[in-house]
Design a protein around this ligand. Structure first.
Ligand code: IPM
Ligand code: MN
Length: 354
């Protein structure tokens, strides 16, 4: 199989973790006789530095012309600490998601047996958890208008806006995933307060009528945050809006033992993008410390979901499990570990090659 992959390393630890995921893809190509080519493009703070735009048109064209997109991370502390900056790296990520129409973001969570002690939660609560967060990715408060400041500059506002159509299309994605899993969707919202959440409930109930074999329940987001750490086993598919999905998916990193292990896939009408759920971790950039596994597992999702290469994807997943089981892990999992980003990536590459 021949595939052309857009590779967007981005900022912070992005380039280091992406290098390991590309090495893994190369090992897969070699072992299974595929041909993967890569087109690199800029996004985020590094794109602002080089051309003033966090999502340059050239990067958009590269994404549109490739078979799938592999993305690292964006963000730079120099912007986090400067609220007056007009151009911000995050705008690049949001524009990319919007312009590529990536409305459904899938974030799977399933702790490794060998890593239960890495979670601050009791083993018994965490063991056996297996759920996915289906996060709406191109609507809600991240994009709603109007947004900004009043003229005096002493008031700021963001708008949370959702259309029925936006809710419907991501709901179908969630129900379809549920059919392949334990057939339960939990809609997480704040319907006791927000008008958008009430539209979500109404619309998801309607969509549910065409998925009779799937159980649907509803949970307020504050309660869901508590349930996620007290009873994560209760969840199968969590369907939620953009902002709640962002927050809850970070919480899910606690269950897995490290956010550095969690991959994601984003789907739209005709593009798909694969990225770790963690950020750019600037404190670790260039230090060979960051965990490459979330990005490697994102590449596995690409193999399976974008290219239909299930056997190759499970080979990658198995190699990651082996690295974890053998203690070949970065310091987020084993404090003081002797293994860095490159060593973990190389270990996984060697298993795939052998
Ligand atoms: C994520 C990130 C982004 C988000 C940031 C970097 C804008 O936190 O993908 O979860 O909030 O969506
Ligand atoms: Mn986030």
């Amino acid at each position: 199989m021949k595939k052309n992959i857009a590779v967007l390393p981005g900022d912070g630890i992005g380039p280091e973790i992406i290098a390991q995921a590309v090495a893994v893809l190369d090992a897969v190509a070699e072992r299974y006789g595929h041909q993967f080519t890569y087109e690199y493009a800029q996004i985020g703070a590094c794109a602002i530095d080089s051309c003033g735009d966090p999502y340059p048109q050239k990067t958009h064209e590269t994404c549109m012309n490739c078979d799938a997109i592999l993305f690292g991370s964006i963000g730079d502390p120099k912007y986090d600490n400067d609220p007056s900056a007009k151009v911000r790296p995050e705008q690049g990520l949001l524009r990319m998601r919007k312009n590529l129409g990536l409305y459904a973001n899938i974030r799977p969570v399933k702790p490794y047996d060998s890593l239960l002690d890495a979670s601050p939660l009791k083993n018994g609560r965490v063991a056996g958890s297996d759920f996915i967060v289906v996060r709406e990715l191109t609507g809600g408060i991240y994009f709603g208008e109007p947004r900004g400041r009043n003229e005096a500059g002493d008031k700021a506002f963001d708008s949370c806006v959702y259309s029925k159509e936006e809710i419907e299309r991501v709901s179908h994605v969630a129900f379809r995933y549920a059919l392949r899993r334990r057939r339960k969707v939990t809609l997480v919202d704040k319907a006791n307060v927000l008008a958008t959440s009430r539209l979500w409930r109404e619309t998801v109930k309607e969509v549910h009528t065409t998925y009779k074999d799937v159980e649907l329940d509803f949970m307020f987001v504050d309660n869901a945050a508590m349930k996620m750490v007290s009873n994560p086993k209760d969840f199968d598919v969590i369907l939620t809006e953009n902002m709640f999905g962002d927050i809850l998916s970070d919480v899910s990193g606690v269950i897995n033992g490290s956010i550095g292990l969690l991959p994601s896939a984003s789907f739209g009408k005709d593009r798909s993008l694969f990225e770790p759920i963690h950020g750019s971790y600037p404190q670790a950039a260039g230090k060979d410390k960051a965990n490459p596994i979330a990005t490697i597992l994102s590449a596995a999702m690409m193999l399976e979901d974008a290219f239909g290469l299930s056997e190759e994807a499970s080979a990658v997943r198995q190699a990651c499990s082996k690295a974890i089981a053998e203690g070949v892990c970065t310091e987020d999992i084993i404090p003081g570990s002797m293994y860095g980003t490159k060593a973990v990536g190389q270990y996984i590459v060697d298993i795939i090659r052998s």
